[in-house]
Design a protein around this ligand. Structure first.
Ligand code: SAH
Length: 293
């Protein structure tokens, strides 16, 4: 399955593209958003970053028609300043950041992001890092695990799941997605096992923890104003309340400090049609700010 980009028309229109310009896609994934920018503006270039080398491989295939206008960096968006200075660029005409996980990552069973297939508990987006979901599940204390499940995903049964994990791992390490998913399911009352898969939130929270997603997003969002030209915009898509809260706060700080105008008073959400056609878009929230100084 390929990755269908979320809110793609909205991303292009909120960016208010100016041609020729140099744009930044901080999370290029399979290149869906980057491609729409390149298509909309035949004279613009885009710098594409991703920590996942598989994603970059996919993006370079999907963007092969635009080779001359694209540069790829297998780096975290937290290193955006270094990446820009390596390219001899001080500021960009617009920034896209589409957080969360790509369908390619979810579908590749061996990456361990999905509870739908049997795989080692990995969940690293950047394979050069060391901490895996298996380490987190087998070494953190009961309280720490419960906090991760609750704080990063508002898991209702966080304490019960953490207690069961700790009980089970006294006898044997928890190694696979299936083992963890079964544990979570067993903590859910029968009547609640039917809607959202019970393991959804636990898996989401572990992914956020393993990839330090909130810390990274915070660092990145703080740097963004310093890399935007005057009148350039940043468009961010978040997928859960923790991310969206951070973005909202940072935009507000920027407004009270006088360098941002907030373009989206309320976050933009996909239409019902888009939500039905692309399940990944269901929790998406797009926010946009413009640098005014
Ligand atoms: N907009 C993309 C999809 C992005 S999915 C498209 O249209 O195809 C989110 C991507 O963010 C994933 O590929 C993931 O590897 C990447 N990512 C996660 N953390 C990152 C980080 N710290 N720096 C750069 N990319 C990151």
């Amino acid at each position: 399955m390929t990755h269908v980009p979320v809110l793609v028309r909205e991303v292009v229109s909120y960016l208010k593209l100016r041609s020729p310009g140099v744009y930044l896609d901080a999370t290029v994934g399979c290149g869906g958003h980057a491609k729409s920018v390149l298509e909309a503006h035949p004279e613009s270039c885009i710098i594409c970053m991703d920590v996942d080398s598989d994603a970059l491989g996919m993006a370079s295939i999907n963007l092969s028609d635009y080779k001359k206008r694209v540069k790829f960096f297998n780096k975290s968006y937290t290193a955006v300043r270094e990446v820009l200075s390596e390219s001899g660029i001080d500021k960009v005409s617009g920034v896209i950041a589409d957080f969360g996980v790509s369908s390619i990552q979810l579908d590749e069973a061996a990456r361990g992001f999905s509870f739908k297939s049997e795989a080692p508990l990995d969940m690293r987006m950047d394979k050069r890092t060391f901490l895996t979901a298996r380490d987190v599940v087998n070494t953190l204390s009961e309280e720490e695990l419960a906090d991760i499940f609750y704080i990063y995903a508002q898991e209702k049964f966080s304490r019960r799941i953490a207690r069961r994990i700790v009980d089970i791992r006294k006898k044997k390490m928890i190694n696979s997605t299936k083992e963890l998913s079964d544990i979570v399911v067993s903590c859910y009352p029968q009547r609640m096992r039917h809607n959202l898969h019970p393991a959804t939130k636990v898996f989401q929270s572990l992914r956020i923890c393993v990839n330090r997603e909130l810390e990274n997003i915070e660092k990145f969002i703080e740097v963004v104003p310093s890399i935007l030209e005057k009148n350039a915009r940043v468009v961010v898509i978040s997928y859960h309340s923790g991310e969206d809260r951070l973005v909202k706060q940072k935009f507000r700080e920027g407004r009270s400090d006088g360098y941002y105008s907030i373009i989206t008073k309320k976050p933009i959400e996909p239409s019902d049609d888009e939500k039905n056609n692309n399940p990944r878009s269901r929790s998406a929230k797009l926010r946009c700010a413009e640098k005014i100084v």
